[in-house]
Write a protein that binds this ligand. Structure first.
Ligand SMILES: Cc1cc2nc3c(=O)[nH]c(=O)nc-3n(C[C@H](O)[C@H](O)[C@H](O)COP(=O)(O)O)c2cc1C
Length: 355
């Protein structure tokens, strides 16, 4: 039996197995960011499909941090009830669910006036405090809603990833220039979240292994940030990489059709895993159970995370556990974004509607 099918512990939660549904914007929330029944149904399908830990789509912590339409929000107390309803439904299906707390920074939704964007190089001290507070308040709401864990989104060129990047972050004060300064805001967010939920509450982070942009956040820097996150009490790191500006090395790479293309952060993972002792959750183009196992055996990861394969097959993990171990059917065409951009929610275009 695969070691990934055995229970895994992150801080004080025991996951039934080592497979994680990586955060996925479903484009299925209401206009105001509220949970919808369609979203609840999607999460329950994943729980029934025996995903060890579901991470929600990125949820914006303040209105100015919204990235996309129909994105999940956790920026207001009125939204807690909907989240609680979704969490309860997942728990009834014996699943575990984390919420991904996010801020888009300069990648905010295009309807946000430019002057309202949070741009790291141009924020004053009170603007920085507002964002840190927004993460704290959102974490408090997440805990009140009953989530099993929180994941802070610090990857893919969104706000906290922008603060880490020497290209994006042009500040010359305590929040910019040296790596120590560039990671200050992220560590402040971590401390603020911990002060709301308590140090014992499972706290994860999604971090870039590098931005894969010339002169950008590097693998060496990522290893140092990972060590500082561990020291700050983060319980697990999900390792990804890239930003929309990374050319072929973007976070969501298309056409994963050979074994060589699979697990496209495998090289970077080795260095980061060696740098820390908390669990590493590896994401990015993993399609074969054998590749997933290999990542663990080779000391590159402790848990395995997937997004697109679980859009195509929410029951993939159950299928694998039950012994049907053919690779994921997803061919990484990325057309799952097409209906979501029209407000119809993500779905695999290879599966007939209502099939
Ligand atoms: C439709 C879609 C939405 C995504 N939304 C998010 C998100 O909200 N937060 C995030 O951190 N990553 C997001 N991602 C990236 C995935 O979590 C994952 O890092 C990436 O797709 C690579 O994994 P995969 O090859 O298993 O799909 C999204 C990916 C897809 C395809």
């Amino acid at each position: 039996m695969s070691s990934l099918f055995k229970p895994k512990t992150i801080k004080n939660i025991i996951l039934p197995n080592g497979f994680v549904r990586s955060a996925t914007w479903e484009g299925m929330a209401a206009e105001n960011g509220a949970v919808t029944e369609a979203l609840v149904t999607r999460m329950v399908e994943l729980a029934q499909g025996r995903v060890g830990l579901i991470v929600s789509g990125h949820a914006y912590v303040e209105a100015r941090g919204q990235a996309s339409p129909w994105q999940l929000g956790i920026h207001d107390d009125t939204l807690i009830e909907g989240h609680r309803h979704m969490v309860d439904a997942v728990h009834r299906a014996e699943g575990k669910i984390a919420i991904q707390l996010a801020h888009a920074g300069r990648r905010a939704i295009e309807t946000l006036p430019l002057e309202n964007q949070r741009r790291i190089s141009h924020m004053n001290a009170s603007a920085i405090k507002e964002v840190v507070d927004a993460f704290g308040e959102a974490a408090k709401r997440a805990k009140a809603a009953g989530y099993d864990a929180i994941q802070i989104h610090a990857a893919h060129g969104y706000f906290l990833s922008q603060t880490l990047s020497p290209l994006e972050n042009q500040r010359k004060d305590a929040y910019g220039d040296s790596l120590e300064n560039r990671m200050r805001l992220l560590l402040e967010v971590v401390r603020r979240v911990q002060s709301e939920v308590g140090g014992g509450f499972p706290l994860l982070i999604k971090l870039n292994s590098a931005d894969y942009v010339e002169g950008g956040f590097s693998q060496e820097e990522a290893a140092i940030v990972a060590q500082n996150l561990e020291k700050s009490g983060i319980h697990a790191i999900e390792l990804s990489g890239g930003t929309p500006e990374s050319g072929e090395l973007v976070p969501i790479r298309p056409r994963i059709d050979t074994l060589e293309k699979e697990s496209y952060f495998r090289e970077a993972a080795l260095g980061i895993k060696k740098a820390v002792s908390i669990p590493i959750i590896l994401v990015g183009g993993i399609r074969h159970l054998e590749v997933a196992e290999q990542m663990v055996q080779e000391g590159r990861a402790d848990l395995i995370s997937m997004s697109r394969p679980l859009i195509r097959e929410p029951g993939l993990i159950k299928r694998w556990i039950e012994g049907s171990t053919d690779p994921a059917l997803c061919d990484s065409c990325c057309r799952c974004f097409v209906p979501a951009r029209k407000g119809e929610g993500i779905r695999c275009m290879k599966i007939k509607k209502n099939a």
